[in-house]
Design a protein around this ligand. Sequence first.
Ligand SMILES: Cc1ncc(C[n+]2csc(CCOP(=O)(O)OP(=O)(O)O)c2C)c(N)n1
Ligand code: SF4
Length: 295
Amino acid sequence: MTTTNAPLPTYQAKDYKSELKPIWCPGCGDFGVVQAIYRALAAIGRPPHEIAFVSGIGCSSRIPGYTTAYGFNSVHGRALPIAQGIKVASPELLVLVAGGDGDGFSIGGGHVAHAVRRNTDITYIVMDNQIYGLTKGQLSPTSPKGLHTVTSEYGSLEEAVNPLLYVLAYGANFVAQGTPADMAGLAEVIEAAIRFPGFSFVNVQSPCVTFGEDDQQVKNHRATMQSLAKLGHDPTDRLAAMGLAQKYGKELHTGVFYKNPDPPPTMNALIKERQQVLSEKAPPRSRIFDRFLQT
Ligand SMILES: Cc1ncc(C[n+]2csc(CCOP(=O)(O)OP(=O)(O)O)c2C)c(N)n1
Ligand code: SF4
């Protein structure tokens, strides 16, 4: 066998950018999110062909197409089950999931709880713009109460879903939030989420400038965001994380809410363990065939 001392290839953010030109509205927060994803992937350094990027349907679900990873712009609300299947079948792949708050917490809401408890090693990035962008501005599950939209002319009557509290309550082991108003911070939390061994969740406050509350949200984020690290939050304290997550919709916290210091085994690790036990206990194949031949 010949060995070579050639350095391993390194990747830059531009290596993850596809030739497709984004068709988002000028000023859409998703432009910043995809840039942060390129940066995070460059920091991780996995070649694009070792990455599978799954999304549902929505403006934000276009993201996989703007990367050089293998992409699957799948079915509205069904990105998580597809991504889990990919990871279980191909453990060697880095599997990412992206989508909107409607995709994730309305039609796909039931899948989030099970993705959390199955703990497959995938990273779920939600672009939470509090509206249905692609279908032109209907109420979404995270729309704030009172929001005027095409489907709530007199203001929404419903309380918003809190995505941070939702995943924390189901036992998520890595939960973070970012905004394109802080690109470096967003890239950092996405990178940390990818590096975390298990299901990781990043909620991104990614404004919809066309149908959202107003078109000044990125500016407002810059003025009001509070870094959890600077606040002295201990990200290993789940209850403290839940306390801070309750401020969702009122205060904009960025950074890691919760990171389990002792991550439980992932679904792939459990499957491997089970397969090993079964293969040790299983009778030789010839004995199984003999049993059928006797009957
Ligand atoms: C089964 C199904 N139901 C409804 C739709 C219509 N639809 C497409 S995207 C979308 C919601 C988009 O909002 P969100 O997921 O928040 O993403 P955004 O466009 O805001 O990024 C809906 C209702 C669909 N494509 N498929
Ligand atoms: S409609 Fe909203 S979410 Fe969709 S591309 Fe335009 S600004 Fe972005």
